[in-house]
Every structure is written in C-alpha cells, then in structure tokens.
Design a protein around this ligand. Structure first.
Ligand SMILES: [Zn+2]
Length: 490
C-alpha cells in the first residue's frame, strides 16, 4: 500500500527537513539553471494569496501598480555610487542580443530604483506631480553563489514599492507606514511574530539613508529578514536629477522611498510553523483551508460522497477554500498524511456512520480529533481557523522568547547566537560589527522600534528595554539607546 514519505526530522537535520518539505509538499522544484526554481501550482497558489492580501493593503494606502522593464542600461546603475557597489557582485548582464554585441551592456534588474528614478526625472515637474506612489509585482535577478529555494535564488518574485515626495517628513512617514503594512501582514495573515525596527549602517540597503526591517525567528533559531522599507533621502533624486518646482517657486530635489517583500516570506512561513509531518500553513494564506476526506466502502460510496459534496458547497458558500479529496486510488489514511504534509489547516473526516448521525470528525493540523454536528460546521470552522491562526502565532512567539537571551558579556553572547537571538548593547561601530560576524557568524539583525498601533514590543519585555549600556564585544559606550537583536541569519 502506498505510504506518504515524510521529511527528514527537524531535530536530525533542519536544513534537509526544509528541502524535503518543499519537494514533498510540491511547493517548488529545482530548475536546470543553478540557483533557479520552478514554483509548482500549490506553491504558486500560496504566493497568489500573499499577493492578493498585500496588493489590497498597498491600494488601501494609496499606491498604484505599474510595470517597468526588465533591462536597465548599465550606466544607470553606476549613477548612485553605493548602489552600484552593493549590487555589482550579483548582477547578471546582457552583452549580446539579436546576434550582435550591444553598444551598452544591459543589467537584468536586481531592483528598480534607477530606472524608476530616470522616468520620474521626466514625469515630475512641479509639487503638483507629487507624491508618486507606485508598486510593481515582478521578478528580479541577483546571481547567488549559495542558493536555497525561496530564501536565496538567482531569480525571485517580489513586489517593489517606490515613492517620491516633496518633503523629508512625508518620505519618512511613508517608510514607516509601509513597514507597518508588512508588520500587519506578517502578524495578522502569516501568523509570524516578527520584530520591527531599523538596520544598522552596515546592514542597510545599498543607497539608502536608512533601512527598516521585520525580522523573524526560524525553528532552528536563525533569523530571516522578512521584508524591508528604505528611506532613500535624496540620494537617487540627486543621481537622476529628479527635481520639482515647489510652492515657493524654488527648484528642489524630491525625497524617495522603496520597500519590498519577496517569496522569501514563504520560506519564513515554512520554517516558523512547520513540523516533522511537513508544512503547517497559516489559515488566512493556505490555498486549501479545509479538506474533506470521505471514508466509504463500495455500498456506502454514493451516500458519503453526496454528503461530502453538500458540505463542501456549504463551506464554500461560507467563504472557505475547501476541497473534497475523492481520489479513489488512495486510502483515507494516505490522504490524511498527504494533507498534513501539505499543511492544510483543518480536515473533516466523513464516514457512513457519521453521515447517518449527521456528524463529522474534524481535526486541526496541530490539534486533536473531535466529533461535531454536520450542520454546525459552516459556522464552527471559520471560528476554528481564526483560533488556529492565534495558536500558531502564540506558539511561534513563545518559541522566539524561549530562544532569545539578554546578554551583557561576550561569552554568553556566543552561546545565545548558537541557538537563537542575543539581545545586546552595541557600540554601533561597523568594524566591531564585522568582528562579531567573523567571530560568531552572527550579524546585527534589527534595532527594535515600537509601532504602538501594532503593540509589537508589548509581546516581549526584553525588546522594550531602553538604556545606556556598553558594547557587548568591545566595552565602548553603546549606541542606539537600546539593545540590538543579533543572530545568525539566512
Ligand atoms: Zn563594539
């Protein structure tokens, strides 16, 4: 009898567990060109749900979608010094096309600040043309030496938001607003208890004045940068001569921002919630929220299937994404394991005796079985999915707290980053940060920032602490006025 193959246990080899789970759940597969992946239909359905939710949030905050070309003249990238330095090592460049060598090589976009900056320099004339609030869903290419599906691939899908404003204040507000959008998405849809805040100078985006981020903890204790929002100041405006005539008739440079979230977030979801049985998908993003598994013999097949289809229609009408697994070639036991592997949040088991008793057995992906009345399911399951979301969030938060240590000496710091996050004071010197990375493999992930409307730091007392300590490594006076999260990162 066919058995569902499970992933390598997490405790044995977390990294192999991750790769196995992606393959077995049919989220993605390796493609012929090294570092590229194929996203299979189940994985793409998850990405589409992520897109749908975020796209709605971007539009609610006044942004419009647009599309800029894949090819960018090399000279554009060279205009902003830090930007080109940051991206050069991973650029893919087209030198030949149409059977000829090109006059100017073309970069395959690693990100679109430069080409959008160029277009803005033509579109923006006056304060009346501001703000510009754009987003695009696209693919970008960054040639990676060490690759891992969803986390690090040479080509990846993402969205990149780009905005231009008349004042510094407006652009900084936008930077914070969009980090808030990512924070809300991560917490309220993906059930990820990420930590919001700023990057250090050493870790910021190439060309930004500063970068804000949300950082999550994976089940192996490592950090994952899950989205970023950058305040670009006037760096790109000066490089591309993006000026406008202000109300006071003065010609001024605009202030710009950019912000992005990629399919890395899928890796974050997998590694935050998954277990030895495979994926555990957050209910609000799961392609299938409820699977109905009919259990029957030849003589009861018609009755059971008909009851399953009726239930499926009721649940779909209640707004749930539901599927009846009526594959005849597999046993119910096989189907249970298969849908567990794929992380479906709830399953309904329906047998002939259940149908007779107007009942069904339900089970959450992380819970126990219980018997409930058939007619109640359409009201009960939406509540249960909400409760499962809350349970996943609480479980992940508890894990993060249990693997976070407040440390004041370097030996304790080394122990802390070997298994999770270290909260430590730091001098703010990039050379000291680099030495920490060389000595411990850990980097400064985030300087926590409070977002009162999300109440995030309320989750964790250690994150809220402010003070004037000394650097955990060098003993010099600390910068930032609070502890920094250090961790080994993906
Ligand atoms: Zn230091």
């Amino acid at each position: 009898m066919a058995k569902v193959k499970g992933p390598t246990p997490q405790s044995q080899d977390f990294s192999q567990w991750y790769l196995d789970t992606i393959q077995l759940a049919e989220l993605a597969d390796y493609a012929p060109v090294r570092g590229t992946i194929v996203v299979r239909p189940y994985g793409y359905a998850l990405w589409e749900n992520i897109q749908r939710v975020l796209d709605g949030m971007f539009k609610e905050t006044g942004h419009q979608n647009a599309y800029f070309p894949l090819f960018i003249p090399m000279s554009f990238l060279q205009k902003e010094a830090e930007h080109v330095e940051g991206f050069s090592p991973e650029l893919a460049v087209v030198t030949h096309a149409g059977g000829e060598e090109l006059e100017e090589p073309l970069a395959v976009r690693p990100t679109s600040e430069t080409i959008i900056g160029y277009m803005w320099s033509r579109w923006i004339r006056s304060w009346r043309d501001l703000p510009q609030l754009l987003n695009q869903w696209n693919n970008v290419v960054r040639w990676e030496m060490r690759t891992r599906p969803f986390l690090r691939t040479s080509e990846f899908l993402w969205q990149e938001g780009h905005t231009a404003h008349a004042t510094r204040e407006e652009a900084e507000e936008e930077t914070a607003r969009m980090l808030g959008v990512y924070l809300k998405f991560a917490r309220e849809y993906a059930a990820l208890p990420v930590i919001p805040g700023r990057k250090t100078e050493r870790e910021k985006f190439a060309g930004a004045v500063y970068t804000t981020t949300i950082e999550g903890m994976m089940k192996d204790g490592r950090a994952l940068q899950s989205a970023t929002s950058h305040f670009l100041g006037q760096n790109f405006a000066r490089a591309f001569e993006i000026t406008f005539q202000d109300r006071d008739l003065q010609e001024k440079y605009v202030w710009t921002t950019s912000w992005g979230l990629s399919w890395r977030i899928i890796g974050g979801i997998i590694m935050t919630h998954g277990d030895d049985q495979g994926l555990v998908l957050p209910p609000k993003l799961a392609p299938i929220q409820v699977v109905i598994v009919p259990i029957y013999k030849a003589e009861s097949k018609e009755r059971v299937l008909s009851a399953a289809k009726t239930l499926e229609a009721e649940l779909a009408a209640a707004g749930l994404r539901v599927l009846t697994d009526d594959r005849d070639q597999y046993t119910p036991g096989y189907k249970f394991h298969d849908w567990e592997l794929r992380g479906v949040p709830y399953r309904v088991e329906l047998g002939p005796r259940d149908v007779e008793a107007n009942a069904a057995v339900i089970k959450s992906r992380i819970g126990e079985k219980e018997t409930v009345a058939l007619g109640e399911l359409k009201n009960l399951l939406p509540e249960r999915l909400e409760a499962l979301h809350d349970a996943l969030f609480a479980r992940a938060l508890e894990f993060r707290k249990a693997h976070t240590r407040v440390v004041d000496d370097y030996e304790a710091f080394k122990e802390a980053v070997a298994e999770g996050f270290a909260l430590a004071y730091h001098c703010g010197d990039a050379a000291c940060e680099k030495a920490i990375q060389e000595e411990t493999k850990a980097t400064a992930r985030v300087i926590p920032l409070e977002f009162p409307e999300h109440g995030v730091l309320q989750d964790d007392e250690a994150l809220r602490e402010t003070g004037e300590g000394v650097c955990v490594r060098c003993g010099r006076p600390a910068a930032y006025g609070r502890r920094v999260v250090f961790a080994r990162a993906y």
